[in-house]
Design a protein around this ligand. Structure first.
Ligand SMILES: [Zn+2]
Length: 573
C-alpha cells in the first residue's frame, strides 16, 4: 500500500478515537441522568385491601441515619430492646442512599418501583406508603427529624416536626444539638399522639460517619448519644399498646460513604419490641419487609406497591389473626405483581400463584404465606429477567458489529502482526497505571467511593485526570522506547498504542451496553457494573482526545532525541 494511503488510515483512526471520546462524554450524561431521573412505570393506581385487627395502637419507628449493624451492637439501650424483642438484620436496596432508603422503609417498594433513586428526588413520593395509609385510615401519621421527610411525604403527614440541619461539615457539637432537638420534638410528639404511625429520624450519626468514617470514634459517640435518647423515649412507651422499631436507612464504609454494595453499607439493624412481638433472634430479612410489618401491627391496609412481606413469624397472635393478615398481604402482593407483569408487557402471573395457595392461606397453615411469597418473588424475578434477556438478544448484533469493525485496522498488519506487540504492551501499561491509581487509593466500583454529594464532581474529574496522565505517560514512554525508529514507524506505533487502549475500553463499554443498554427506562442496572461503565466512558474521553496529541508528539520526541545525539533513524527512514 502506498505510504500516503497508510498515513490516511492512521489519521482516520485518530479522528475516530477523538469521536469516541466525544461520544463517551455524551454517554456519561445520558447514563447518569437515566438513573437520577429514573421514572417508575410501576405506580399504577391499585385498590387498597381491607384492614385487620390492630395488634398495636401506636408504632414508633426510629431510623438512625447511617447506623451500621456492628455499631448498633455497641449501644446499651438498643441491646436492652434486643433482649426482650426481636433482633434481626435487614438488607438494604441499591442505590443505598438516604431518600431511597427512607422510601423503602415507608413504602415497602424498592428503588426500581418507587422511582426514588437518589437524594435529588423531587418529592412527594408517588408510591403508596405507611403515612398515606395511616392518615387515610384515620390514624395520626407523624414524621420527626430531617426536613427531607416533609419533602418526601409532606402531603400524607398529620404533622411534620422538622429540625434545622447545619452544613454537613459542621462540627460534632452542632450535630449533637440536632439530635437533641430531634429527641425533644419526638418526646413532644409521643405526648401528643397516643396512636398511629410515628417516625423518628436521627440524622447526626450519618453526618459523623460522613465526616469521620463509619468506624470512627465520633460516629460511635453520636450513636451512643442517640441511644441515650432512645432509652429515654422508651420510658414514655407503654408496651401493652406500643411497638417500637429501630432501624437504619443504610450503613457506611470505614472511610465514610454509602450508596454502593458493600456489606457494611447494605446490612442494617432491625429491632422490634412490644406485646405483639415474639422475642428472639431472627434470620436476615429485607428493608422492604418493614412497611408491611408495620401495617400488619397497626391493622391498616398494606401499601399497594409494597414488595416486602409482613414478618408474621415474629408477630404474636392467634393463627386465625395471622392467617387473615397473611391472606391480606397475599392479596395485596398479587394485585401489585399482576400490574407489575402488565407494565413489563408480560401476562399476569400472581393471581394464578395466589389461587394455588388461597385455601392454605385462609386456614392460616404454618409456613404457607412464606412459601407463597417465595414463589411469587421467584416468578417476578424470572419475568424481569426474561425481558432483560429479550432486549439483550436484540442488542447483540449491534454490540458485536461495533466490537468487530475496529478490527479492520489490523488488516493493515496482515503480514507483520508482530510489529503490534510493542504498542499493545504499552496499552497494557496504560491500564496498569490507571488501575493502580484507582485501586491503589482504596477505591472500588461503588457509589460509596464519593463520600458527599459535593465530592461527586471532583471524584469523577480526578478519574478523568488519572486516565489523561496514565495515557500521556505510557505514550511518552513508548515514544522514548521508539526513539531510534523513523518518523513513520514511530507515528504508526503511537497510533496503534492509542488504538489498542481505546479498543479495550470500547469492548468493556460494549459489554455493559449489551447487558443494560446506555439508558434505562424500566429497570435500574447493576450499579457495580454501572459504576465501572461510567468510569470506562470517562477514560475514553481523554484517551480519545489526547490521541490527537500523543501520536504527533511521538514523532517529535524521536526526532528531537536523534538530532541531539546526532544519530540517524534505524533503516534511514
Ligand atoms: Zn442516610
Amino acid at each position: 500500500m502506498a505510504r500516503a494511503a497508510k498515513i490516511l488510515i492512521l489519521v482516520l483512526i485518530l479522528l475516530l478515537l477523538a469521536g469516541a471520546g466525544y461520544a463517551s462524554q455524551k454517554l456519561t450524561l445520558i447514563g447518569w441522568n437515566s438513573v437520577v431521573e429514573y421514572k417508575s412505570q410501576y405506580l399504577a393506581q391499585l385498590p387498597r385491601g381491607s384492614s385487620s385487627e390492630p395488634l398495636a395502637l401506636r408504632v414508633v419507628l426510629i431510623v438512625v441515619d447511617g447506623l451500621r449493624l456492628d455499631v448498633s451492637r455497641k449501644l446499651p439501650n438498643l441491646n436492652e430492646l434486643r433482649k426482650d424483642g426481636a433482633d434481626l438484620a435487614v438488607k438494604v436496596g441499591q442505590p443505598s442512599l438516604s431518600y431511597p432508603g427512607w422510601t423503602v422503609i415507608s413504602s415497602g417498594a424498592w428503588q426500581e418501583i418507587s422511582g426514588v433513586t437518589t437524594n435529588w428526588y423531587k418529592g412527594p413520593v408517588q408510591a403508596d406508603n405507611l403515612f398515606k395509609v395511616a392518615s387515610d385510615s384515620g390514624l395520626p401519621a407523624v414524621a420527626i427529624g430531617s426536613p427531607g421527610w416533609k419533602k418526601l411525604f409532606g402531603p400524607y403527614l398529620t404533622e411534620a416536626m422538622t429540625v434545622e440541619e447545619p452544613p454537613e461539615e459542621a462540627p460534632p457539637e452542632e450535630w449533637a444539638k440536632v439530635d437533641e432537638e430531634t429527641y425533644r420534638l419526638a418526646s413532644e410528639a409521643l405526648d401528643k399522639f397516643s396512636s398511629g404511625f410515628i417516625l423518628i429520624h436521627f440524622v447526626g450519626t450519618d453526618a459523623m460517619a460522613h465526616n469521620y468514617g463509619g468506624a470512627s470514634r465520633e460516629l460511635l459517640d453520636e450513636a451512643l448519644r442517640v441511644d441515650g435518647f432512645i432509652g429515654k423515649l422508651v420510658q414514655k412507651l407503654d408496651f401493652e399498646k406500643d411497638v417500637i422499631i429501630v432501624t437504619a436507612d443504610h450503613g457506611h464504609i470505614d472511610r465514610g460513604g454509602h450508596g454502593g454494595w458493600e456489606e457494611v453499607v447494605l446490612k442494617v439493624p432491625l429491632v422490634l419490641k412490644g406485646k405483639p412481638i415474639r422475642k428472639g433472634l431472627y434470620t436476615e430479612q429485607t428493608q422492604a419487609d418493614i412497611a408491611p410489618t408495620v401495617a400488619a401491627l397497626l391493622g391498616i391496609p398494606y401499601p399497594v406497591h409494597s414488595q416486602g412481606r409482613p414478618l408474621l413469624e415474629l408477630i404474636e397472635a392467634s393463627a386465625e389473626i395471622k392467617g387473615r393478615k397473611g391472606l391480606n398481604a397475599a392479596l395485596q402482593l398479587a394485585g401489585f405483581y399482576d400490574s407489575y407483569a402488565k407494565a413489563l408487557g408480560s401476562s399476569p402471573f400472581a393471581s394464578g400463584i395466589l389461587s394455588k395457595y388461597r385455601e392454605k392461606l385462609a386456614s392460616g397453615e404454618e409456613g404457607s404465606f412464606e412459601q407463597f411469597y417465595r414463589e411469587l418473588q421467584a416468578k417476578a424475578a424470572a419475568v424481569r429477567s426474561a425481558r432483560l434477556w429479550r432486549e439483550r438478544l436484540a442488542r447483540l448484533p449491534i454490540a458485536l458489529l461495533l466490537a468487530l469493525v475496529p478490527l479492520l485496522y489490523l488488516l493493515n498488519y496482515r503480514k507483520r502482526l508482530r510489529s503490534l506487540l510493542i504498542p499493545l504492551a504499552f496499552a497494557l501499561l496504560y491500564f496498569a497505571f490507571y488501575n493502580a491509581l484507582f485501586f491503589g487509593r482504596g477505591y472500588n466500583w461503588s457509589l460509596s467511593a464519593f463520600n458527599t454529594e459535593a465530592q461527586i464532581k471532583a471524584f469523577f474529574n480526578e478519574r478523568l485526570l488519572d486516565a489523561a496522565i496514565s495515557f500521556v505517560v505510557a505514550g511518552l514512554l513508548l515514544a522514548l522506547f521508539s526513539w531510534k525508529k523513523p518518523v513513520f514507524e514511530a507515528f504508526e506505533r503511537a497510533v496503534s498504542y492509542a488504538f489498542f487502549t481505546g479498543y479495550w475500553i470500547l469492548l468493556q463499554v460494549l459489554a455493559f451496553y449489551w447487558l443494560y443498554n446506555y439508558r434505562f427506562s424500566w429497570y435500574i442496572p447493576d450499579l457495580k457494573l454501572g459504576f465501572k461503565y461510567y468510569l470506562d466512558l470517562l477514560q475514553m474521553v481523554p484517551v480519545g482526545f489526547l490521541s490527537l496529541i500523543v501520536a504527533p508528539l511521538a514523532i517529535l520526541i524521536g526526532m528531537g532525541i536523534r538530532r541531539w545525539r546526532k544519530i540517524p533513524a534505524e533503516g534511514g527512514g
